[in-house]
Design a protein around this ligand. Structure first.
Ligand code: ZN
Length: 477
């Protein structure tokens, strides 16, 4: 990137909410249904149909606002945003304009230089989505209004980001939060979490913002990064050549890796916003806010610091375990049962996630529950099985759903702690490897591992490795 210019990025994120029904009517918002099968007079915009606000949408907005340090407005207003497009049956979109439900929030991101940086959140408002146009071959287009009136939260940031990497760090954190809260499924491919990026550049030291372009509907972290980086370069070259950036909306072409002009940018006044006369002002009581606050889950940032400070885990482990709420829940349950956080972390990040990946399933469907896994760890602790055999036990539980004790019993996996039995095997090994044994005696310590390994092999992994080591030492002295 051209270092003569400072990059300024603000982001507008649309998150589609996971409510069962739409924002102003009772229609289902299932994805992938027959076109126009999920519609009614309200979302079709028929004359005389009146919108009724979905309470769940408000609750989700409050949750998201609280999780992003926003102030929740005691009174907010729905407004009509007027524009004409075939996928918008009413000729206006119901949104919030002057008085949104959440304002003045922020998130801390980790920057390249290390350390947190605060990114301001200007506002979060509720609005309805438009329908969808399907363009077929030739000149025909069709409209599917199943998506019309689907509830969205628009999260608008301050222009606080200074690189594509900062933008991605902010977006990933916001994505993680809305998924943790369960307000959004986070599916970027289906457009449940999509982003418009306002990008401008200015000479270093200049206070005034440069003219921005708005990159529309970016729906993958990779595309967002590519689009911003391309756009910064384009603007810098334009200014270097004596040109001017014009304010406009641009589309990212993923195949070409470039952006192209879509239309001149509208200003707010182009939309002729006015309060929607069909909807009364929304009043949110202090009590409601507090009830929602009390029901919030522990958020990722809080988890990361608890895992490090209270459980003593390394930063890497804390980050991996808290990345997904379901994984963190599994880990928390396991720690509650077993107690040793580092051992639990190793198992969740090791065997558990390996098996989940191999089988392509999510942790919520993991056949080895935290209870069953805790049973395995307990048998390692009391020396019934070795750590190596524990992996076999884990696999058996995965297949059969039996408890660790049942598997150990059925498969005869109990560790051999009988000194006589282990010594017998060790003698066998020494007898078969006299030469190496003499070398070991002569001080070639590296051979210890060989002898322990042979005993473990002959005992099919059931000998207690600690005891093998002790007996071997005894034989050497
Ligand atoms: Zn409807």
């Amino acid at each position: 990137m051209d270092s003569r210019y400072e990059v300024v990025i603000g982001l507008e994120v649309h998150t589609q909410l996971t409510t069962k029904t739409k924002i102003f009517c009772g229609c289902s918002k299932d994805f992938g249904q027959q076109p126009n099968s999920q519609t009614c007079p309200v979302c079709l915009g028929l004359p005389g149909a009146l919108p009724v606000l979905n309470k769940q949408v408000v609750e989700n907005a409050i949750k998201t606002g609280l999780a992003t340090n926003c102030q929740i407005a005691p009174r907010s207003i729905f407004a009509r945003k007027n524009y004409f497009y075939p996928d918008l049956p009413k000729g206006y979109q119901i949104s919030q304009f002057e008085l949104p439900i959440c304002e003045h929030g922020w998130l801390n991101i980790e920057t390249e230089e290390g350390g947190p940086k605060k990114i301001g959140i200007t506002r979060i408002h509720m609005e309805e989505d438009a329908g969808k146009l399907l363009h077929s071959e030739g000149n025909s287009s069709q409209v599917d209004l199943n998506r019309a009136c689907t509830p969205l939260l628009e999260v608008v940031s301050e222009p606080d980001m200074r690189s594509a990497d900062e933008a991605i760090a902010y977006l990933k954190q916001l994505h993680q939060i809305v998924v943790y809260l369960g307000v959004c499924d986070g599916n970027m491919e289906e457009g449940s979490f999509r982003c418009d990026a306002n990008v401008s550049i200015r000479p270093w030291g200049q206070q005034e913002l440069g003219t921005r372009s708005e990159l529309k509907n970016l729906n993958s972290f990779r595309f967002i990064k590519q689009a911003i980086e391309y756009e910064v370069e384009r603007q810098a070259e334009l200014i270097d050549d004596g040109g001017k950036v014009v304010q406009e909306t641009r589309l990212f072409d993923a195949d070409a890796g470039t952006t192209r002009s879509m239309r001149g940018k509208e200003e707010a006044h182009d939309y002729r916003y006015f309060p929607d006369p069909d909807l009364v002002p929304l009043v949110v009581s202090e009590k409601w806010i507090e009830t929602v606050r009390a029901g919030l889950p522990e958020l990722p940032a809080a988890k990361v610091s608890r895992y490090q400070q209270e459980l003593g885990l390394p930063a890497y482990d804390a980050g991996v375990l808290s990345a997904e709420r379901e994984v963190a829940d599994y880990f928390d349950a396991l720690v509650a049962l077993h107690g040793n956080a580092k051992v639990c972390a190793n198992w969740v990040m090791g065997e558990v996630s390996r098996a989940l990946n191999e089988n392509g399933i999510s942790v919520v469907d993991c056949p080895v529950s935290p209870e069953l896994l805790a049973g395995v760890l307990q048998r390692i602790d009391d020396n019934t099985i070795s750590g190596k055999i524990a992996k076999t036990v884990f696999e058996e539980i995965w297949k059969s759903g039996k408890t660790a004790d049942q598997v150990i019993e059925d498969k005869g996996l109990k560790q051999v702690t009988d000194t006589g039995a282990i010594e017998g095997i060790l003698d066998e090994v020494i007898a078969a490897n006299q030469g190496q044994f003499e070398e070991l005696k002569g001080g070639k310590d590296k051979l210890t591992g060989f002898f322990v390994g042979q005993v473990m092999k002959l005992s099919k992994g059931k000998a207690n490795p600690g005891m093998v080591n002790q007996l071997l030492k005894k034989k050497l002295s």
